[in-house]
Ligand binder design. Structure first.
Ligand SMILES: [Zn+2]
Length: 366
């Protein structure tokens, strides 16, 4: 009898605890969008010193400009992993983001090479496809050697050993689709607005991205070792421009995600319900279900029963789209179905004349 009572108590407490964690999970109000801004390196770790410039200083300067602009915009809460010249271990950076329950993690760096290579690239977590991408990750991860006990902290991870990277790719698969959404916006702004050379959206195993449990990107803003790009990134005007491009990308990303949660609470579909359809004649809306380096057959058994999935190869990644229509009401309906089917991180994308534009831009057309 007493053991039964004890069991009942234990059961009750487990129930209470899980109920509370459920509440805590839903605690975050929808209007709060938190971005963690991470300036690479700092303190005893200068990063690369191409052409005599300091990566740690340039990264910090760009990050602070991004943060100030986002705060001015309002609606987005900004948290910095560092806002001064201090050394922060990689795991601490991710921890700051995880504890803040952030919606997005954005790390800013500068590249280096022993050639006159130049251009920008934005990384999401994954297995590198080329030695070149692996070299970037190796270089950025090697800062853990400056930490005491790095073997313990990173569970035997060795930045220089290719074996250490196997399996890492799967860790962020859940956030990959959304990480790519932001990475695309960033690269597009750099290329279209600033005419920087586009080296693309890439995948590689960055420790800091692996440990952050949210959509995350690492931006290589350019090569300090390049005789033109180095001085550009070190200049106030160059930094202002790079920061503005990233701010606009984060803003577009937040809008896309918010649009998606508005659908969830019926604010978007409610208005479309009585109109039946909302056709934007020059636009094709699709749902991006998933993205990754793996080429999947577009059979329904690979996509939880969804039919007519199409595959497209962009920037070396495969993207999988579902539903193609000019009707925004129809695509939001398909989107809620896709989310219920098991694609909670899917989102709506819009195409005009074959090129991708933001959904907000699409909704402003006729
Ligand atoms: Zn770096």
């Amino acid at each position: 009898m007493r053991t039964n009572l004890l069991k009942l108590f234990v059961f009750f407490f487990i129930f209470l605890a899980s109920f509370q964690s459920l509440l805590a999970f839903n605690d975050k109000p929808r209007d709060r969008f938190v971005v963690v801004l991470d300036a690479g390196h700092g303190g005893k770790d200068p990063g690369n010193m191409g052409n005599g410039f300091k990566e740690k200083e340039i990264a910090l300067s760009i990050i602070l400009k991004i943060g100030k602009a986002l705060e001015r915009k309002g609606g987005i809460e900004v948290i910095y992993t560092r806002d001064s010249d201090v050394f922060i271990p990689l795991d601490q950076r991710a921890k700051i983001a995880n504890e803040a329950n952030a919606d997005l993690f954005v790390s800013v760096h500068c590249n280096s090479h022993n050639s006159q290579a130049y251009g920008t690239e934005t990384f999401v977590l994954g297995l590198h496809k080329t030695q070149e991408n692996f070299e970037v990750a190796k270089k950025e991860n090697s800062v853990i050697f400056l930490e005491e006990d790095y073997e313990v902290t990173y569970d035997g991870f060795n930045p220089n050993s290719p074996e250490s990277y196997i399996g890492m790719a799967l860790m962020q698969e859940e956030y990959l689709n959304q990480s790519i959404l932001l990475a695309d916006f960033v690269q597009k702004n750099f290329t279209n607005d600033l005419k920087r050379k586009n080296r693309g959206v890439k995948q590689a195993g960055f420790v800091v991205l692996k440990m952050a449990v949210m959509p995350s990107v690492l931006i290589e803003t350019g090569f300090l070792t390049n005789d033109h790009e180095g001085p550009y990134l070190n200049s106030t005007s160059g930094q202002n421009k790079m920061a503005a491009a990233v701010v606009e990308a984060i803003d577009k990303y937040a809008n896309s995600i918010n649009l998606s949660s508005l659908e969830d609470i019926g604010q978007v579909s409610a208005s479309s319900a009585d109109i039946q359809s909302q056709v934007y004649k020059d636009i094709t809306f699709k749902i991006q279900l998933a993205a990754g380096s793996k080429r999947l057959e577009t059979k329904s058994y690979n996509f939880k029963g969804l039919q007519n999935v199409e595959r497209s190869r962009e920037d070396g990644l495969y993207k999988y789209y579902y539903g193609a229509t000019s009707d925004y009401a129809k695509i939001t309906k398909l989107h809620s179905e896709a989310k219920q089917t098991g694609y909670p991180s899917s989102y709506i994308v819009a195409f005009k004349d074959g090129s991708k534009i933001t959904v907000n831009e699409a909704l402003k057309t006729e």
